[in-house]
Write a protein that binds this ligand. Structure first.
Ligand code: DGY
Length: 303
């Protein structure tokens, strides 16, 4: 970016305050934001100098897209380049939750491992089980491929629009009309829908109660898609067996009610966190900026 623009870096990676973001939008021609930078309507100055927010990440729920459009600010994201690594992490959470990997590592590190026993830390089998995917977009489909072709899993999915027939055929997958019909059928449920008003607390107490007691919930999408208190209640009452989370409603705060439960794996928003993917995300954000200032439509325009 420095070879093309005059760049002001957020060197210590502390999320900008609303005032700092407002100042940046007022003074810079472009802003390269991350998921940690919350940009609601109130943050936009009356007459921003900024003409484009090039988000470093695929999710743009932290930016008010309509407010940006109203102020003449384009918003772009970085799809595709993080799909495979995020799907890898969702698969890791399925395995960790089913096989109690976090719990086992905590036991070993705390010196509490008494040695191999036939009934020690029995978990759930992943191979051949049924995986429900909510949101059969790029990442949902990439997880489904891993799960079906690598782990022999049966794939069921819920999606707003019909999933491509070729994709369903490749995965021998079935699209289910409603989440209510999907939930009782799956051993693992993985969330891959965008965060918006329609998906807010999609997994609430009533829907968690429709899952099998042996089932696991995996969330690498956004924290707001799950009612975290309802999830903690379901995990502690045994209404579901386990969960694997990479995202939280008010990051970096993780609810105490989840932190004290043994049957939830808690990761710090690592979905896209590989060196290769983060570099590709940066290059994609740069590509959007360069196109925009060359007068072309940026490839990843969101608003
Ligand atoms: C994304 O790209 O949306 C990741 O969750 C990081 O923000």
């Amino acid at each position: 970016m420095r070879s093309v623009f005059k760049v002001y870096c957020n060197a210590d990676d502390q999320p900008f305050s609303s005032d700092e973001l407002r100042a940046a939008l007022a003074e810079a021609d472009a802003l390269c934001a991350t998921v940690s930078d919350h940009i609601p309507a109130a943050v936009f100055p009356d007459a921003p100098r900024c003409r484009i927010i090039a988000n470093f990440g695929v999710g743009v729920n932290h930016i008010d897209l309509a407010a940006a459009r109203a102020k003449g600010v384009a918003v772009t994201n970085t799809p595709d380049v993080l799909t495979e690594c995020t799907a890898d992490l969702a698969m890791a959470l399925i395995l960790m939750s089913a096989r109690r990997a976090g719990e086992g590592e905590r036991m070993l590190r705390s010196g509490q491992w008494p040695g191999w026993r036939p009934t020690q830390m029995l978990g759930a089998r992943v191979w051949g089980q049924t995986l429900g995917i909510v949101g059969m977009g790029r990442i949902g489909a990439a997880l489904a491929r891993r799960a079906h072709h690598g782990f022999g899993m049966r794939i069921l999915c819920c999606n707003r629009s019909p999933a491509p027939a070729a994709l369903l055929a490749d995965l021998q997958a079935e699209q289910i009309d409603s989440l209510e019909a999907l939930l009782p059928e799956v051993d693992f449920l993985s969330l891959h829908c965008p965060a918006n008003a329609a998906s807010h607390h999609l997994m609430n107490a009533a829907r968690l109660a429709l899952m099998r007691r042996s089932a696991h919930l995996i969330n690498t999408a956004r924290g707001s898609v799950v009612d975290e208190q309802a999830l903690a209640d379901a995990l502690s009452s045994g209404a579901i067996a386990g969960a694997g989370l990479d995202v939280y409603a008010a990051e970096p705060r993780v609810p105490e009610s989840l932190l004290r439960l043994p049957n939830v794996v808690l990761l710090p928003h690592l979905g896209s966190a590989t060196a290769a993917t983060r570099e590709a995300m940066g290059l994609r954000a740069l590509e959007n900026l360069k196109a925009f200032f060359a007068g072309k439509a940026p490839r990843d325009l969101c608003n």
